[in-house]
Ligand binder design. Sequence first.
Ligand code: B1M
Length: 221
Amino acid sequence: MNETVDAIGVCIEKGKVNKSSSYPIDLQGQDGADELTLQALTQNIAPDEILKTCNDAMQRIGDKFGRNEVFVPELLMAAKAMNTVMVHLKPFFQAGSIKTKGKFIIGTVSGDLHDIGKNLVSMVVEGNGWEVIDLGVDVKTAKFLKAISDNPNSFVGLSALLTTTMANMASTVKEIKMEYPKTTVIVGGAPLSEESAKIMGADGYAADPQSAVLFLNRKIA
Ligand code: B1M
């Protein structure tokens, strides 16, 4: 493992966005996720390696939150640092083909504000030649239905990170399938599984962005 990449992981876990950010106190004056990511890319470190380190760091801060060792403000700072890294990685994931394979509507379901995973899926799917219509977070069913109506033949992806919002996801899938039975819906997010996707009536489950791409590509093969 490279020292710069390790340091990016520390910045994510501690919520150190850039050199000028005063948080956290013990890293004041040091390079943050912003500067270190640019340095890592200049050293030709693979964007995938940087991303994996960041995801591991998010997992660690999430585990600490689960043990009540950190609280929502720390999660928010970690997310801010992670988003800074993603700004620099985005062009690498978007370097795919230009002619689009189809339209993919994606959003985080109602009641859920987690968007880092959903944004990663958007980037990777877009980079693989799909036009992505990102509806954002806390997306009500009506907004998905309007987007499907505005974009006939599109595919739909729903993301949820909370066990509580999985229930909202299930009702969104159900309503989409009632109004647009031919629309393919895939679901993903940490609390989901193949089994829960099946119970909801979704056409597929994707554990990560790459699985989402494989699923979509198979559908148009
Ligand atoms: Co929240 N949070 N959070 N949080 N948060 C979790 C999810 C939690 C597991 C932490 C914990 O307790 N250990 C826990 C959920 C527990 C549960 O439901 N079982 C939790 C909680 C409880 C909460 C609050 C309720 C806390 C509170 O207020 N008391 C609150 C809820 C707010 C709301 O949504 N209404 C809350 C708030 C937040 C912040 C806003 C502070 C922040 C989000 C900031 C943001 O997203 N902009 C936050 C964060 C950062 C996390 C953790 C630490 C990290 C999530 C993340 O970004 N991971 C998370 C703990 C964890 O995940 N270990 C946690 C990195 C990201 C790359 O992974 O999102 O899993 P992930 O996405 C993956 C896959 O899941 C998949 O691909 C992605 C890339 O590999 N994927 C898809 C995701 N969507 C997909 C869609 C697809 C396909 C694949 O196809 C359509």
